[in-house]
Design a protein around this ligand. Structure first.
Ligand SMILES: Nc1ncnc2c1ncn2[C@@H]1O[C@H](COP(=O)(O)OP(=O)(O)OP(=O)(O)O)[C@@H](O)[C@H]1O
Ligand SMILES: [Mg+2]
Length: 393
């Protein structure tokens, strides 16, 4: 089996900020990659190549080094190379301030009853007890073309986006959201079946109210932190005013947590009849929205142009990367898929300047290497072709 290998010999000078970069990435049977080993230094990485060559797939593999389903939210089976029966695997040797750390993940087919949908994780050569441990070692942020309509479309995608941002700060957030949604689904099932005992419903609503207020509190905290980070950014990208609105979030404007839980429990109880009729839950943490406004223009993001929305989103993610670096003392890996699209020359150069200033190992993809000319000398460039990678001069 051929191993496509590419090495950049010279390492960049070390920085003073806490650093995290991929020194070596290895893929096996992942998407259109059969076997790949890529060695790199801690500078940004530029991946260019034709449509369908494997650029997004490569950074998708990287996105699996944190908990979750990666930047395409794919099912584990979809990541499996069509031509290979051996389970896919992704491994990275990370260059950290404490030395090299190896982490790996892949499709777990080890247990007899496994349907291949469990993701196994190895940290430092040892099996980890779940993906969540990845968050102790790696932080990540990404911008993908799928997010182009994030600010324009419905609340659901923006809420998930916000929850993902929270998650990097507070890995317990995922379990909190899952617990809330489980109780909500159970309550809805009882209401739909019309066989709900009041005590049973109350217990579920109690669970929902507690989880919802906890969820709302951490979302509000993330918004506050992000606001500070946004204000600390440069002028090249538009500043966003952000807020999270929702039943529980709004209650916390005026109430401490316990009275807010009581108010929410009462709201759930009041909504039983309507919820049973409509088959949905009208109020709760699953309805909240992240609202974004272009500050200088005082214009809601959904009414901004496509390019302005992209610029707002980039500004938001740059603020987030700064926030993680400063407050989690962890430099995140920053994945930017197809990033040159929609950005004019000035903004593209400003983005590259910001990435350099942040000192993060950003992974940028595009079809045209000329779009990255302004990064020359400050990044390592690779050519992607048909699931193989070679250094670009
Ligand atoms: N599970 C899989 N097994 C094999 N090939 C796959 C699998 N999933 C996707 N592919 C193929 O891998 C190729 C690379 O896809 P990818 O999205 O990485 O391309 P890309 O370089 O990002 O292209 P674009 O410039 O169009 O965004 C595509 O031809 C795709 O159809
Ligand atoms: Mg792509």
């Amino acid at each position: 089996m051929a191993v496509a290998e590419a090495a950049i010999p010279s390492a960049a000078p070390r920085r003073l900020v806490p650093s995290l970069s991929i020194a070596r990435l290895t893929l096996a049977h992942f998407r259109n990659y059969d076997a790949l080993r890529l060695d790199c230094d801690d500078r940004p990485v530029i991946l260019t190549g034709a449509n369908g060559s494997g650029k997004t797939s490569l950074i998708e593999a990287i996105s699996l080094l944190v908990p979750g389903r990666g930047l395409r939210r794919a099912a584990l089976g979809d990541l499996q190379n069509h031509a290979s029966p051996s389970p896919w695997a992704v491994a990275a040797s990370l260059d950290t301030d404490a030395g090299l750390l190896s982490i790996g993940t892949g499709r777990d087919t080890s247990t007899a009853d496994s349907d291949g949908e469990r993701r196994a994780v190895h940290i430092d050569g040892k099996p980890a007890r779940g993906q969540n441990h990845l968050a102790d070692h790696v932080a990540m942020a990404w911008i993908t073309p799928d997010m182009d309509r994030l600010l324009a479309d419905g609340a659901s995608a923006r809420r998930k986006f916000l929850d993902r941002l929270v998650y990097s700060f507070d890995p317990a957030h995922g379990a909190r959201v899952q617990r809330y949604e489980k109780a909500m689904r159970e309550r809805l099932r009882l209401l739909r079946e019309g066989r709900a005992e009041a005590a049973w419903l109350s217990a579920l609503e109690d669970d929902m109210a507690q989880s919802a207020v906890a969820i709302a509190a951490v979302r509000r905290d993330m918004i506050k932190r992000l606001r500070v980070a946004i204000d600390g950014g440069g002028d090249a990208f538009p500043r966003a005013d952000i807020e999270v609105r929702g039943t529980a979030e709004d209650m916390l404007d005026t109430l401490p947590a316990l009275p807010a839980e009581d108010a929410l429990r009462a709201a759930f109880a009041r909504a039983r009849h309507e919820d049973a009729r409509h088959g949905t839950c009208a109020v709760g943490a699953h309805r909240s929205d992240l609202r974004v406004t272009h500050r200088a223009r005082q214009c809601p993001a959904e009414l901004c142009s496509t390019g302005e929305q992209k610029a707002l989103l980039i500004a938001l993610m740059l603020a987030y990367v700064r926030l993680i670096t400063e407050q989690r003392h962890m430099t995140p890996l920053f994945l930017l898929d197809d990033i040159a699209a929609h950005l004019d020359d000035r903004r593209r150069t400003a983005l590259f300047d910001e990435i350099r200033a942040l000192g993060v190992q950003a992974w940028l993809t595009g079809t045209d290497s000329r779009d990255f000319a302004a990064m020359a000398g400050h990044a390592q460039a690779f050519h992607v072709e048909d699931g193989r990678i070679s250094p670009r001069a």
